[in-house]
Design a protein. Structure first.
Length: 839
């Protein structure tokens, strides 16, 4: 196969003479002939065919040598294979034949060769493609001509009713269209949905195909089953060049859809200005009403939101009425006798609301004068009334006009929002003032419990907050999560709004939300210093506690907000007030590494060992700072007298915590300050154990150099050697062995260092242990050996090393599995293959 691929004819000949199986298949099913055919290696193909290679043997995906040669356009190879008897109509899984494939790619000589050898010319595959349809789709006119001349049916349809002419029209291949019609294709043939090639060409904007089809006699008035004529189709999609061509050919511009719509109405709906201009300029009837609402083109143009369309059609309306020098209409839709201006459009919108959104005062004034117009009719999607829209968009002039005309000021949309809600939410002070002056309800609540005051406060609109309070808004109203206006303003750092709320003195300054957050806590959490200052001066309870016990000081300390911490302490905050699990502000600051806050709290008299008798794990600030690797905090705490060897309820000391975190500098500092290097936790873990368990080589080395005991074992029976092996620290493993630890020591489970290293794939550790004389076949849990453990976890390099060093490959575990069986059940094929050749 390799020789065939690289066109080594001499080598192929030698191999065949030597008895090589000519039809041997690769894993993907390819034969030498298939490969050579795909590459176009003519001499190899000849040699293989002459030597008896199977010309129709497919690969795993169904590609025969003939199909492979077609795929790459190798004409001579195709001829050789056909002469050798290759099946000219062989099919791929989806039914594609060599002729169909060649037609798709425009390989004319190959197409001619297949036709000469009797290929089925009208075959259709599962995707609805025949050779002719394929050539038409791709625009291969010469191939199409050859197929038609050889008997291909020009009107052959696939399962969806597509013909070659339709496909050529869809793609705009004018040459193919011309040839198909010349050869007898039915130019007005219809799909099941009634569309013709001309309709399809119009749908896809293919002007060249449209011109060719019309020139060849296609009916320009034939509609599909939905009533769409070629003109209406092109008009809807905005193909102005096609529209102009059809108009020039005398198309009926006033043909109607079943719902009464015309090309002009359709173009107006879809904002096709150029199309509208062509139709209007060429005399399309602008008085015809139609479409879903029986609207005129002028009405449709207005609701489309395209003012140029409105003016264009309106000007034509006036010309038809012999009105000279007209001015644009204030509300053009009123001239359409078949439409009410309050009627909703397709999306449920109204003319008045749209005009309010566009700030079109002339139109608005005209619309509100119409006694048939409902000023309060909401839009369909969001339920916005014209007044809500104007209030939301800060149009005080429009708001005034609507209120003067009698708009309902307190009407709610589907979410319960009023015009005042929208104005307050956006901070539109002029609109808020107008609405309040006209009697808007100041405390109306939405479905989610928003009031205008809550909305203004949550968005930081202090001036609106002020005017609402003066208007009598209830200052302690709550959102559904319990948040008040003061809480919202505190969260969003609006000190002006907070001040405005406080001035009223009616506010409950400590009212919490449903989760227990007070305004002071929220301001402290968000580092809003000005808000904190205002709240403290207004008498906020400085030591109020969240349900979890946290105070504002705790929250500020936890987040490192130094200036807020200082302000709270100055106002008498309790420096040691702990949360419900016993953590103090100092503990929180130490845990998160906020050294400046730690320093400030210590200066304020915080208890340095607070927590040793609390409800938590009896952590101290020093323990949590060390375990988190916060060097600066550790130094501050030690300098202020923190006990260095104090342990929590789990027996964890600062040194053990720091060793687990892996900070060499911190561990060194603690050792220098007198930390007990061999202290152990309740689980028996020492600082050395922790460093090794987490793979901290430098930390472990430092501890060993400071006299850490290597003989201690934890509650699982692991000693330093087993932990180092598990973490892959070959240097430490070597040191520990040199210091006298038994290389075959096992823990409570029966695991040895070698088993740990092999199961984790630490080849370096395995090598060190083997050189130190570790028992290579030592049994562990369930009869597992180092080799079986490496096989189970798929560590091929560890497997190779163990086998090379004499591991017994046929040992079985307690379940009767040897290395191969173990690797196979865990899907490690590379290990299986290796062991199969190294028994």
């Amino acid at each position: 196969m390799v020789a065939a691929s690289f066109n080594y004819e001499h080598i192929v000949g030698i191999l065949l003479t030597s008895g090589a199986n000519i039809d041997t298949q690769s894993p993907n099913g390819s034969t030498a002939l298939n490969i050579a055919s795909s590459k176009g290696n003519i001499s190899i193909v000849k040699l293989l065919v002459e030597s008896g290679a199977s010309v129709d043997l497919p690969d795993n995906e169904g590609w025969t040598p003939l199909m492979s040669s077609v795929r790459n356009g190798h004409t001579i190879v195709v001829e050789i294979l056909l002469e050798a008897g290759a099946n000219v109509d062989v099919k791929l899984q989806g039914g594609t034949t060599p002729l169909l494939y060649a037609s798709w790619h425009g390989y004319l000589p190959i197409v001619e060769s297949f036709i000469t050898h009797g290929a089925k010319i009208n075959h259709i595959n599962s995707e609805g493609l025949s050779p002719l349809i394929s050539a038409a789709l791709q625009g291969h006119a010469a191939v199409a001509t050859t197929l038609l001349a050889s008997g291909a049916s020009p009107d052959l349809t696939n399962g969806e009713g597509w013909t070659s002419l339709m496909r050529a029209a869809e793609r705009g291949h004018r040459g193919v269209v011309k040839e198909l019609v010349r050869r007898g294709a039915d130019v007005d043939f219809k799909r099941p949905n009634g569309s013709t090639a001309l309709n399809i060409a119009c749908e896809h904007g293919q002007l060249d195909a449209v011109v060719e089809l019309v020139n060849r006699g296609a009916s320009i008035e034939l509609a599909d089953k939905e009533g769409y004529t070629p003109l209406i189709t092109a008009a809807q999609l905005g193909y102005s060049d096609i529209v102009q061509f059809l108009v020039n050919r005398g198309v009926n511009m006033n043909a109607r859809l079943p719902n009464g719509g015309t090309a002009l109405i359709t173009a107006a709906w879809y904002k096709r200005l150029a199309v509208v201009r062509i139709l209007v300029d060429n005399g399309a009837d602008i008085s015809i009403c139609g479409d879903f609402q029986n609207w005129s083109p002028l009405t449709v143009a207005y609701f489309s939101g395209y003012l140029e369309l409105v003016h264009l059609i309106y000007m034509q309306t006036l010309e038809n009425e012999n009105v000279s020098q007209p001015s644009p209409p204030a509300a053009p839709i009123v001239v359409a006798s078949c439409n009410s201006i309050a009627t909703k459009s397709r999306n449920g919108d109204t003319a008045l609301r749209i005009a309010c959104e566009r700030r079109d005062l002339k139109v608005i004034k005209t619309l509100v004068r119409d006694t048939y117009n409902d000023l309060n009719l909401p839009s369909g999607d969001k339920g916005l009334t014209p007044l809500m829209t104007a209030s939301r968009d800060c149009n005080p002039d429009v708001v005034a006009i609507l209120l003067e005309a009698g708009a309902n000021i307190n009407l709610k949309n589907g979410d319960g929002h009023t015009a005042l809600n929208f104005a307050a939410d956006r901070g539109h002070l002029p609109v808020v003032e107008i609405l309040l002056d006209k009697g808007a309800s100041v405390d109306m609540v939405t479905t989610e419990c928003w009031t205008p005051l809550l909305l203004a406060a949550s968005n930081g609109h202090a001036n609106v907050v002020n005017i609402l309070l003066k208007g009598g808004a209830y200052i302690n109203s709550q959102y559904r999560n319990g948040s008040t206006a003061l809480l919202s303003a505190s969260q969003h750092c609006d000190d002006v709004a907070v001040a405005e709320l406080d001035v009223e003195k009616r506010v409950n300054i400590d009212m919490p939300d449903n989760e227990g957050w007070t305004p002071l806590m929220i301001a402290a959490f968000n580092y809003h210093e000005n808000v904190v200052d205002i709240l403290l001066k207004a008498g906020a309870t400085v030591d109020a506690q969240h349900p979890n016990g946290a105070t504002a000081l705790y929250i500020a300390s936890e987040n490192g907000h130094l200036s807020v911490v200082e302000m709270l302490l100055e106002k008498g905050a309790s420096v040691d007030k702990a949360n419900k699990v016993g953590n103090s502000p100092l503990m929180a600051a130490a845990f998160y590494g906020h050294a400046n806050v730690v320093d400030t709290l210590l200066e304020a008299g915080a208890s340095i060992d607070n927590g040793a008798t609390d409800q938590n794990k009896r952590d101290t600030p020093l323990i949590v700072a060390a375990a988190s690797g916060n060097d600066d905090c550790v130094i501050l705490l030690l300098d202020n007298g923190a006990r260095i060897n104090v342990a929590n309820s789990d027996g964890l000391t600062p040194l053990i915590g720091a060793a687990g975190e892996g900070s060499v500098e911190l561990v060194s500092l603690l050792l220098q300050k007198g930390a007990d290097v061999n202290a152990t936790s309740l689980e028996g873990s020492s600082a050395l154990h922790m460093a090794l368990a987490f793979g901290h080589f430098d930390t472990a080395t430092l501890l060993l150099n400071h006299g850490a005991s290597i003989d201690a074992v934890d509650k699982d029976g692991d000693n330093a050697l087993l932990l180092a092996a598990h973490s892959g620290l070959d240097g430490v493993v070597k040191t520990l062995i040199e210091k006298g630890l038994s290389v075959d020591f096992t823990n409570n489970e029966g695991k040895s260092a070698l088993l740990n290293a092999a199961m984790e794939g630490h080849v370096g550790v395995v090598l060190v242990l083997l050189h130190a004389g570790a028992n290579i076949d030592q049994r562990g849990p369930n009869g597992t050996t180092a080799l079986l453990g490496a096989c189970k976890n798929g560590h091929l390099e560890a497997v190779k090393l163990l086998v090379e060093n004499g591991a017994t490959t046929d040992l079985q575990d307690d379940e009767g599995r040897d290395g191969i069986a173990t690797a196979r059940v865990h899907n490690h094929d590379d290990v299986v293959n290796f062991l199969s050749t190294h028994r």
